[in-house]
Design a protein around this ligand. Sequence first.
Ligand code: SF4
Length: 451
Amino acid sequence: MKNEWRKYLAARAPRYTSYPSALHFDRSVSREDYADRLSAVELYEPLSLYVHVPFCKKLCWYCGCNMRVENDYGRALRYVCALAKEISLVGRRLGGAGRPRSVHFGGGTPNYLLVDEIADILQAIELEFGLTDDSNLAIELDPRLIRDDDISRLATLGFQRMSLGVQDFDREVQLAINRVQSFEMIESAVGEMRRAGINDISFDLLYGLPKQTLASFRDSLEKTIALAPDRVSIFGYAHLPAALPRQRLIDSDSLPGADLRADLAEQADEALIAAGYRRIGFDHYAKPDNALAVADREGRLRRNFQGFTDDLALTTLGFGASAISSVNGLYAQNEKSLTGYYDDLAAGLLPVARGVELTAAETAIAGAIQDLLCKGSANIAPVLAAVSTEEAGQICIRLEALEADGLIYWGGNVVQIDAAARPLSRCVAMALDPYEFPRKSDLKASLARAV
Ligand code: SF4
């Protein structure tokens, strides 16, 4: 990567799994708004379903998810009952409309639940929405919690995609993040998946973790490549101890500096591409015959709450505490606390707590960001027409700076990201995002400093 681009690797750019991001949701969206959108879903509208399981056995100190360590399985059983109730409430609103194309179990740790409970949730979904042989079932798995026969039983239930949280294979790094899992454990899980006929195995790796070095991370990448998952996601660890107190357990002095972070990210990109993986968007990699790589080649790649996907459904229904739904221009997020989630469902109410209804400008920006991240180019004319004059000016100033640094080509209304700069796509997306512009108070402060 060009030297002058390295500053962008250090930028704290949103992940843009939605626009606006959940940080900007507020209480202006009500359960009634969500219910109205559900009632308007078309009969054969494709649906993407997400089920959030917030429980974990142990706390990973880097974790930024909505989760809780839970040792009482009875509480998980209560949660499964609540999920079934929520699924039924949403199903009633849909009145038979919508066809699920995919169901994704995420968390937390979905396999904190026993397979019997996962089967119960799937059955509730089947009853309300129906599933077909074409419905794609995916699940995130913590390798430390995989029990005998779990993989084969999940495969029998219809799960064709399994994702393993690997993060890093180095023991020193694992101790520094409180997540110790041996190479043999991951190797055995992958072997079981292959024997069960799973041909879409995904690994999540993290760079920027404490104690990581170029040599240790190279070793983790080599081990990853040796196990040959079909997809690999490489995420940068965001250390935000002020917002996430659990991250204070990580020794800040042991974190890689900005230069090493950039080198780690670059090393991962080069190693995976040299091993034959295709880069998808900015942080996913897939074998050339994997469905994600095929979707990318055919221009069908999309980005949703789970990251890059080949799922074409525009409507996402999220179930469980903190889960987010996206229906026809409305984001609705469920209560984050289990107490609030249970109370609403006990009262027969959809457990919506917050969200946002997209304005015309936000819809245009969301579309352009989707194109930039998934295709590497976007027509920004609808954005410039929809935002205020002041915001349009800011966008142009930011795009000019990116163009001057060689990250983008900007001709007419089309912004094209340089192929080598695709890992920095989020920084280009940020140029279109008024939430990321300096606030007037910030501008005043910097002017005062300049004077
Ligand atoms: S298993 Fe996942 S969700 Fe649970 S604490 Fe670790 S990182 Fe967080």
